[in-house]
Design a binder for this molecule. Structure first.
Ligand SMILES: C[S@@+](CC[C@H](N)C(=O)[O-])C[C@H]1O[C@@H](n2cnc3c(N)ncnc32)[C@H](O)[C@@H]1O
Length: 197
């Protein structure tokens, strides 16, 4: 029902979508997972043409990718360092037969951005700076990791072709090279749409 509604462009409340997840994952939603309406808006910008390959940098429980794959004709890839979250997202995609999505268990610094056309980023590395609401205790936080992952993403984005689109949510501009310009903004500046000039 949830994914059929998204395909038909019917609004789905976050409280309903989050019921796809076990309780401990639902409890993290407010702080860590993209709201459905935000994911829809971001995905429609990134997958502006069919078959665009969209990478979610730190896919968490897969919410952005699952919503994006359901409401666009893009192909969504979510890279996530926590294996249990990758497994959970994959199970949901398989159970609901969402075929234009794939979840990859890896660290972002193992990913070559030239394999993708567009990128989504929900301040994934901030967990290394603000440890007030951790996803779990499995991945130790280190300030240095924030800077090294940020540098990696920025250097990968520097190598992308002109016209590449990026959407950031609750993020600064640290990951965005100067060659990108701000195309549009929404949610009082929290959701930003970038395009390489
Ligand atoms: C704020 S959550 C966003 C989840 C998802 N993008 C969404 O919008 O629903 C950030 C996720 O990034 C993951 N993450 C953080 N650093 C990472 C890294 N270096 N490589 C892969 N995933 C990472 C975290 O484990 C967490 O699940």
């Amino acid at each position: 029902m949830i994914f059929k509604a998204l395909r038909l462009n019917i609004d789905v409340r976050d409280s309903i979508f989050n019921e796809l997840y076990p309780l401990h994952i639902q409890k993290l939603a407010q702080r860590h997972w993209t709201p459905v309406a935000v994911a829809k808006m971001a995905a429609q910008y990134l997958a502006e043409e069919p078959y665009k390959k969209v990478l979610d940098i730190g896919a968490g429980a897969g919410k952005f990718c699952l919503v994006g794959a359901s409401c666009t004709d893009g192909i969504f890839y979510g890279v996530e360092q926590r294996e249990a979250l990758t497994k959970l997202s994959t199970d949901i995609a398989e159970r609901h037969r969402i075929e234009n999505v794939e979840f990859i268990h890896a660290n972002i610094d193992q990913i070559d951005f030239s394999d993708y056309d567009a990128f989504y980023f929900y301040n994934s590395f901030y967990e290394n700076i603000d440890t007030s609401c951790p996803i779990d205790e499995l991945i130790p936080a280190h300030k240095d990791l924030f800077y090294s992952y940020t540098d990696y993403v920025k250097s990968q984005l520097e190598q992308t072709p002109v016209g590449t689109r990026v959407v950031t949510y609750w993020s600064g501009e640290d990951e965005i090279p100067g060659s990108f310009h701000l195309d549009a903004t929404a949610y009082h500046g929290l959701l930003n749409f970038w395009r390489k000039s």
